[in-house]
Ligand binder design. Structure first.
Ligand code: GTP
Ligand code: MG
Length: 645
């Protein structure tokens, strides 16, 4: 049986979970379709999802169609949960991108489209909700052509759109249109098309399948998931156009963990896709980052909340593996997978967590630690001196959901501080920093670093300019390994980025150097280099699209100016304005709510992370130093030495 790992992706509320439920019904996996509105679907099974009617976690569902087993992943659409989508993308063979026929292409649709493009994932488009009043099929198709791809092939036509009696039927000119599309990338069909020669149906089908697999063609379907219209055709098209998994069981192991969760009785589950090789119960698995090996104790396959023991995951399949306590979401096991990851989610806010009862701080910290393994972007930071747990978050909905999850899963009551924006810092100029760590004995490590600024978006680069005979590679490597932790806080308390560090000098002693001395010395040299260079504060920016009634334009522009926004000339059309603006996150955090109430819920506000920019002087804020400062030299040496023992 062939396997296909299929993602259902879309902006929030487009109908992904409803589509998933319909596909499960059609394949006979369930007897009755559940409803998001009643909290009875297979893939929105968490309590918080059922109560709120939104998806929070990527959820698996298994269905069979002919001799293809479809392993489906229903992803969340809300931007706060983009991390889930990002990890799911790494394991897909194909995707259905859902667009609402009323709301059309949204900012989130564009983000997803670009990610699918970057990852080379074949896509089938579904224009959903054709039963809703206000649906605009030609408009949405045109938008998709403009903003996604001109190579669209509508497979169907719709009758009675915008009404409950809508139905879909095969497009009348399908064959002609399909041939014209295929002629653009298939030379043989191009000749046949020009010479008006007949083409075997199987030949055309193959060309369409190949074209979809190579992203030269994007079939478009229509439907109403709520009414169950067009869903059979969608299932048939998924099997007809999208590729199945390839890979061999006897090849070296390569697997990607796209999700981690914790089962109260079974422990940690690593949901993973095997790209090549095969995983069996009781196999020993190499963990990433040189953590050694761990043994698989059980293997299950999930559909919604239901699981069956399978004992093995063959190449190309998805399953949940137990027994790997050291694993984190996003980990790669064995060789690197063919697709890698595409960074989508960027947490821009930071909060401190407080237990309602101070006695519960250890339990809360442990719970947040577990959740942070499931979503590494939360990046739990525990500050021992002040006993504070801090988290990175994407938005306020995520925070509300976290609060509920902590209560439901762990029976703990948690409160969060108001989110503060995560600034970053970058060196203002090139400078050197040195640490000569020779006391208190026994120790011997000298580190000299050069720091240089790099362009925005470069991240951190490390290079060594010294030879093995000056400092053994082993110790040079310790310097490199120390950098990420040492750069978590610069002079102003924020993570340092867009900088190059070059190791320009170093010394060890063949008797006195303790194996971990370079881990102690490097953070000191780093901080000294940063003090010498001085640092500039960077702030996160978003690109925002606003649309509302024309008479509000003046007020919106005044608001944008007050928020330090930069904006393009507004476009006026049929009594509405549309405006694109670039805004600092720090000034615009609450603006979506203000804008919604100003426009009585009718305005459109879509935002997308743009990147970090220099913060104007006097704006932004420093963060207090967390933990021991390497520049507080004696204290640091004591602290680092005991921490590393
Ligand atoms: N009228 C109409 N409503 C639909 C259709 N499909 C879904 N809905 C409704 O749209 C809302 C959102 O549906 P979901 O299936 O939860 O959408 P989703 O894309 O999974 O949402 P998130 O996962 O939270 O992003 C629910 O109220 C559904 O009943 C449709 O074809 N027509
Ligand atoms: Mg959903």
């Amino acid at each position: 049986m062939a396997t296909m790992n299929l993602g259902i992706l879309a902006h929030a509320d487009a109908g992904k979970t409803t589509v998933t439920e319909q596909l499960l019904l059609l394949s006979g996996s369930i007897r009755r379709a559940g409803s998001v509105d009643e909290g009875t679907t297979q893939t929105d099974w968490m309590e918080v999802e059922r109560r709120r009617g939104i998806s929070v976690r990527a959820a698996a569902a298994v269905l069979a169609c002919g001799d293809t087993r479809i392993q489906l992943i229903d992803t969340p659409g809300h931007v706060d949960f983009l991390g889930e989508v990002e990890r799911s993308l790494a394991v897909l063979d194909g995707a259905v991108l859902v667009v609402s026929s009323v709301e059309g292409v949204q900012a989130q649709t564009r983000v997803l489209w670009r990610a699918l493009e970057k990852m080379g994932i074949p896509v089938l488009l579904l224009i959903n909700k054709v039963d809703r009043v206000g649906c605009d099929l030609p408009g949405v198709l045109e938008q998709l052509r403009q903003e996604c791809s001109p190579h669209l092939l509508p497979v169907q036509e719709v009758e009675g759109e915008g009404t409950e009696d809508c139905r879909v039927f095969p497009a009348k000119r399908f064959r002609e249109d399909a041939l014209a599309c295929a002629a653009e990338y298939d030379d043989e069909l191009a000749e046949a098309y020009l010479e008006d020669r007949p083409v075997e149906p199987e030949r055309l089908e193959k060309a369409l399948r190949d074209g979809t697999a190579q992203r030269k063609l994007f079939p478009v379907l229509f439907g109403s998931a709520k009414k169950g219209v067009g869903m059979e055709e969608l299932l048939q098209s998924i099997v007809a156009y999208l590729p199945t998994a390839s890979g061999r069981d006897d090849a070296p192991l390569s697997a990607v963990v796209y999700q981690v969760d914790h089962d109260p009785s079974m422990g940690k589950a690593a949901h993973l896709r095997v790209f090549s090789g095969c995983l069996k119960n009781r196999d020993s698995v190499p963990l990433p980052g040189g953590q050694g090996e761990q043994k698989i104790t059980q293997i299950r396959r999930f559909s919604g909340q239901k699981a069956v023991d399978v004992g093995v995951i063959h190449s190309g399949e998805i399953g949940a593996v137990y027994g790997l306590s050291g694993i984190r979401a996003g980990d790669v096991i064995g060789q690197a997978p063919p697709r890698g990851f595409c960074r989508l989610a960027v947490p821009l806010l930071r909060v401190q967590a407080f237990p309602a009862d101070p006695e519960q701080l250890p339990a809360l910290t442990q719970a947040l630690g577990e959740l942070s393994q499931e979503d590494p972007l939360l990046d739990l930071e525990w500050i021992p001196e002040s006993r504070e747990p801090h988290l990175h978050i994407t938005g306020k909905i995520q925070l509300e959901v976290l609060e509920e999850v902590v209560r439901e899963r762990y029976g703990l009551s948690v409160r969060f501080s108001d989110p503060t924006v995560i600034y970053k810092e970058t060196p203002a100029s090139a400078a050197e920093g040195e640490e000569v760590y020779l006391a208190p004995k026994p120790c011997w490590a000298i580190v000299r670093l050069l720091v240089e600024p790099l362009p925005r978006g470069s991240g951190i680069v490390f290079e060594s300019a010294i030879k093995e005979k000056e400092l053994p590679y082993r110790y040079q490597n310790h310097v490199r390994q120390s950098l990420p932790q040492a750069l978590k806080q610069g002079c102003r308390g924020w993570e340092v980025t867009d900088a190059k560090f070059t190791l320009i000098g170093g010394q060890h002693h063949h008797v006195h150097t303790h194996p971990l001395d370079f881990f102690v010395a490097t953070p000191v040299a780093v901080q000294r280099a940063l003090v010498n260079s001085g640092t500039i504060l960077l702030e996160p920016m978003v690109r925002v699209t606003l649309s509302a009634s024309e008479e509000l334009l003046g007020k919106v522009i005044r608001d944008l100016v007050a928020m330090r926004g930069e904006f393009d000339t507004p476009v006026l059309h049929k009594g509405l304005f549309t405006l694109e603006a670039t805004l600092p996150v720090s000034t615009s955090l609450d603006y979506p709510v203000v804008f919604r109430s100003m426009t009585s819920g009718k305005g459109i506000y879509a935002s997308e992370f743009l990147g970090y920019r220099e913060c104007p002087p006097g704006e932004g804020q420093d963060a207090p130093r967390r933990g021991v400062d390497p520049l507080d030299h004696a204290k640091w040496i004591l602290y680092a030495r005991s921490a590393m023992q």
